[in-house]
Ligand binder design. Structure first.
Ligand code: PEP
Ligand code: MG
Length: 766
């Protein structure tokens, strides 16, 4: 059963034409279940109901013609109830609706299952039979499983506006509109450049070769490199491996022969495909052929072919890497755009980011916000790999993407960009003014930083300190751990630029979604695993080098060095870290360098730390809240997962109450309190946090002027009144609505997202 399912899904997903793929689906299901009819009805809002999209067994002339309203017939009933319906005498059911043209009179048995995607009914898959019998539970389970797997294919077609009754996918790119989640605010207009993970065949885009001879040469070099690798494996293992195992590598060499894979790939390149695309196509064909085989041994050979393909691809990409160009107005598109991909592109070439994976809370989105680059995350339905060179509008406020936009849409977006620029200029005037409420309450606005380009951006916007230096970002763009001297120079550059302002250096926070290519961590649950302080306490040799670099970088400067520890979940971690920091400090002093004692602070990101905030505050010099992770861990919502992105709510009453508890605990110890999660950079968050008594709001430089504008235009007494109401509310939606209304009433509507319309909006995290 599983093999049949897999084959159907594979065939259907590989069809490039949606109409053909649904037709293939119904005929495969009909023969797999041995039924007389299989049909698929798809919701089509424009036609007001379910359209018969494909059928085997009913009148095929009715495909695209028959439309049932959302409540009509058994199909409508399956959709309304959102569950399977299994009947042995369908025509006598009260919901049965007779459509004369369709030809279903002789069929008594009916089994319909809804096609559901993210809680929505997209269509109904139906099988029918003459015999008046109920389909058995295995048949029902088969159809339910199939439908669940196919839902993403249908959702994708729906999202790209595929005219599934007639259309061909290429056309859909024209003035297409796709949804994701807001990643970084702003609107960007540019052309897609698709990035793909190294050596991932599935991620390789198909694109025409610009020069066939060059592609053939690249291919030959890659093939020869792989052959050499295999020959040396054979040589190295000549003695230690049995002959049968060695024979596998001989087989690899044969597969790479001109009359096997190599010849097929070359033929595709000659037809105009670039080498990586040709490789992908040929490997896919061969793997599919093996996958279909009954014999498990032969089926396994498919993975050998794939392995070979990946080896060749790795060489092709290494050869190509040097040549990757990012033209001006690049919209970076990828299945999973990573922080390091972003960090490696010159910011002046980037005007937008689209990632199929991730959400507004992923680190890559945070980086994009810091860089002021509009980003849409979790655009799960976009055909990312077809967007190479395609004109794109990225609306990071609402998480919308437009492909090959019409002239009208382009003009509309250009005018919105102009309006935003004007508002930014207005805000620029505030640069030198203090962030103080109308009734005299002073709040410090600091910045979160990580890329060297952030310095000017931050100072230009009037940053009063660095509240979070994400030190892992410079680590990511290297191919080994940076030395103490390298780190010291980089940190010094920031400290000097900010002198005499305070600088908060967070110790290396890797793990979770932040990986170092030269220090891979493979875990089932990386966000609950070896992350942040847990890694560095296990590796004092890395930690001590970093701390020494920080302390030395601060030598002779007036600005305070604040060392901040990420992911603290117990007092013992703080104590162990303090011992190491003390050791590093003593070593620096012993080297004869005159330095101040650094302040040591805790980043509260784990719920356990909320409950121990008072104890932590007693032993630390300062406390800051990392609300991004705190929200993730409190709500048990992976901040990167688009499927649950709707559940990630920074103003969830539970999160707000935790933030208030931390504030109380830290005030009781009379220690400085800051926050450096994305919440601090949103107008709603800033008002509530200021009311709770957070002394420092640290945010991406991009948001700083807007937050200053809001705080300078409100009274703290009003903010406290708003907070008091909010703390009695039950849901995040209530909180958001209420505070938004209050801001609008106070004349601050310019920075608030009101309703879903493409007007000037300026907001923070997604
Ligand atoms: C946070 O978790 O809120 C935080 C500031 O750290 P990061 O976003 O880098 O995990
Ligand atoms: Mg964090």
């Amino acid at each position: 059963m599983l093999a049949t399912l897999r084959k159907i899904v594979q065939d259907v997903t590989q069809e490039s034409n949606f109409a053909a793929s649904v037709q293939l689906l119904v005929s495969s299901v009909r023969s797999a279940l041995g039924t007389e009819v299989c049909s698929i009805y798809l919701v089509n809002a424009d036609r007001g109901g379910y359209v018969l999209a494909a059928t085997e067994g009913l009148n095929q002339d009715q495909i695209g013609q028959t439309v049932l309203s959302r409540s009509q017939g058994l199909v409508g009933l399956v959709g309304t109830r959102a569950e399977p319906l299994n009947l042995d005498a369908a025509p006598s059911h009260r919901s049965f609706h007779y459509v004369p043209e369709i030809g279903e009179e002789p069929f008594n048995s009916f089994l319909g299952v809804p096609i559901m995607h993210q809680g929505r009914v997209l269509g109904v898959l139906v099988v029918q039979q003459r015999d008046p019998r109920r389909f058995d539970e295995f048949e029902e389970a088969f159809l339910v499983t199939l439908s669940a797997q196919l839902a993403t294919v249908v959702a994708h077609a729906e999202a790209i506006g595929s005219h599934y009754l007639s259309g061909v996918q290429r056309d859909i790119i024209d003035d297409g509109s796709f949804r994701g989640f807001p990643g970084a605010p702003g609107i960007g207009i540019g052309n897609g450049v698709v990035v793909h993970p190294v050596a991932d065949l599935d991620a390789v885009p198909l694109r025409p070769a610009t020069d066939i001879t060059v592609e053939l040469t690249l291919l030959d070099r890659a093939l020869e490199a792989v052959r050499n690798d295999i020959r040396s494996i054979i040589q190295d293992f000549q003695v230690s491996l049995p002959q049968e195992e060695l024979a596998l590598f001989d087989a690899y060499l044969h597969m790479l022969d001109d009359n096997a894979l190599a010849g097929d790939i070359r033929a595709k390149v000659r037809l105009g495909q670039w080498a990586q695309g040709a490789l992908k196509l040929v490997i896919r064909e061969h793997v599919n052929r093996f996958d279909m085989m009954e014999d498990p041994y032969l089926r396994e050979r498919g993975s050998d072919v794939k392995d070979l393909g990946v080896r060749v691809l790795a060489y092709l990409q290494r050869i190509r890497e040097k040549k990757t160009q990012f033209p001006k107005n690049t919209v970076l598109v990828g299945e999973e755009v990573t922080p390091s991909m972003l960090a490696n592109i010159p910011a002046d070439r980037l005007c937008g980011v689209i990632s199929v994976q991730g959400s507004g809370n992923s680190h890559v989105a945070i980086l994009a916000r810091a860089m002021g680059i509009p980003a849409v995350m979790g655009a799960v339905d976009i055909p990312a790999y077809d967007l190479e060179g395609v004109k794109l509008i990225v609306d990071g406020h609402y998480g919308e993407i437009f492909t090959n936009p019409s002239q009208q849409r382009l003009e509309e977006s250009e005018s919105l960009i102009d309006q935003e620029r004007m508002f930014d200029e207005e805000l620029f005037e505030l640069k030198e003014l203090p962030c103080i409420t109308q009734d005299g309450w002073r709040v410090q606005l600091w910045v979160n930083i990580g890329l060297s380009g952030d310095i000017t951006r931050s100072l230009d916007r009037g940053a009063e300190g660095i509240g979070l230096f994400r030190t892992e970002i410079p680590f990511m763009s290297q191919d080994r751990f940076p030395t103490e001297a390298e780190q010291r120079a980089l940190y010094r550059e920031h400290m000097e630029a900010f002198e005499p302002r305070p600088v908060t250096m967070r110790t290396l926070d890797i793990g979770g979604d932040k990986a170092l290519s030269y220090f891979p961590i493979h875990e089932e649950n990386p966000f609950l695993g070896w992350r942040g302080i847990r890694v560095t306490l296990d590796h004092p040799e890395i930690f001590l080098v970093q701390i020494r670099a920080m302390i030395k970088a601060n030598a002779g400067l007036l600005g305070d060095l604040r060392i901040m520890l990420p992911m603290i979940s117990s007092l013992s971690e703080l104590r162990s870290a303090k011992i190491l920091i003390n050791q590093a400090y003593t070593e620096v002093i012993e080297e004869g360098i005159r330095v101040k004692t650094p302040q040591v602070g805790v980043l509260i990101e784990v719920p356990a730390a909320v409950y121990q905030a008072r104890l932590l505050a007693k032993e630390a010099d300062f406390i800051a809240v990392g609300s991004n992770d705190l929200t993730q861990y409190m709500l048990a919502v992976d901040r990167n997962n688009p499927r649950v992105a709707d559940l990630y709510k920074e103003v969830h009453p539970a999160v707000l109450s935790a933030l208030r508890e931390v504030a109380r605990a830290v005030h009781a110890e009379e220690k400085p309190l800051g926050i450096c999660g994305e919440l601090a950079g949103t107008p709603i968050g800033a008002v509530l946090l200021m009311a709770m008594g957070y002394h420092v709001l640290s945010m991406n430089a991009t948001h700083l002027p807007k937050v200053k504008w809001v705080i300078r235009n409100i009274k703290r007494s009003d903010a406290r009144r708003i907070l008091a109401r909010v703390l009695r509310m039950d849901t995040a939606e209530e909180v958001e609505d209420y505070v938004q209304k209050q801001l609008v009433n106070a004349g601050l509507g310019k920075v608030v997202r009101t309703k879903k319309s493409r007007q000037l909006v300026t907001r923070g995290a997604g």
